[in-house]
Write a protein that binds this ligand. Sequence first.
Ligand SMILES: NC(=O)c1ccc[n+]([C@@H]2O[C@H](COP(=O)([O-])OP(=O)(O)OC[C@H]3O[C@@H](n4cnc5c(N)ncnc54)[C@H](O)[C@@H]3O)[C@@H](O)[C@H]2O)c1
Length: 329
Amino acid sequence: MRELRAGVIGCGWAGQYHAQAYAEHPRARLAAVCDVRPERAETLAARYGCRAYAAAETMLAQESLDLVSVATTTETHAEMVERGLHAGAAVFCEKPLAQDVRAAEAMARAAGARLGVNYNRRYAAGYARAKAWVAEAGRIHYVTATLAQNVPLARTEALRANLPRDFLIFDAASHLVDLFRFLVGEPETLCAQASPPAPGAFLTDLSVSLRFASGCVGSLVCSFAGPEWGQLPIERLEIGGASERLVVDNLTQAVSWCGYQDDVMRTWQPSIFEPTGYGQSMLASVHGWIDACLAGQPPPVSGDDALRTLQLCSQIAASVAAETAQGAG
Ligand SMILES: NC(=O)c1ccc[n+]([C@@H]2O[C@H](COP(=O)([O-])OP(=O)(O)OC[C@H]3O[C@@H](n4cnc5c(N)ncnc54)[C@H](O)[C@@H]3O)[C@@H](O)[C@H]2O)c1
């Protein structure tokens, strides 16, 4: 059977996982990678024995690619996705799909089923178990999640200066918004608050309260006050069902089920022989998309799906702005 030829645009933190995922998939071949910082593309190309390019246009013109990953910084996603689609490839884009809703709408409309988006928490070992539990749990009463970590971007003065004010919402909170939609369905209403940032500075602490179409209520908190990147603990999710509560610690570290009647708590923890870290969720997410392409099925997370998450992030930003203005008035 024919292998799908794949290329990766952007060879930074996320792009390395996309490249690894193509190289390891039995029915894909990593043909080329590119980065405007050529040394990054060359390092990755040497690791996987593929070609390196310094410009996406050149890579797309010279390679005949079936699959293209866009793992560049978010402000370039719209242009890179358009280039990949124009070259005839199916495109897998990093989250968030775009920096604003209008750009994301145009991307989703133009791409249809040829665009997938990497909301990889759906593939994290703990959240995959939560999803299976929700399907059997009956009525879900509430969901809460906290994501709090001090990412390098928030730590480095020079990078802080360039961050958009709403970075916390569109970058970090968008993961939790997608996760909530994946686990308990569509939010119907929401309101949000943020700690008042210094003038011109970006948000550091966010709280969102939601009600879902199912009647379930939810709350999420995102903050840059937390352990250094990669250190634990950073994330906790709790879901209350009719007869049992489920807690996921740090995406992949542990899942606990607590019955309301029997004083019994069960816990799942990963086997020491299984790779279950964050990187594994990135690889599994890319593989899920490749498998859908091979089977002619819609992407696990479509452009429309990612657009909906972005629209909710935009509502959160508007709610924060309204609340801040009210506080100031
Ligand atoms: N799914 C996740 O958990 C996750 C985690 C981190 C980042 N991301 C997303 O991945 C994307 C990249 O983030 P990152 O942390 O890897 O950033 P990064 O800065 O480490 O890597 C981005 C790379 O893209 C390259 N690049 C920028 N413009 C380019 C262009 N026009 N053509 C070719 N290369 C270009 C840069 O030189 C850089 O090497 C962002 O959209 C981010 O939100 C997702």
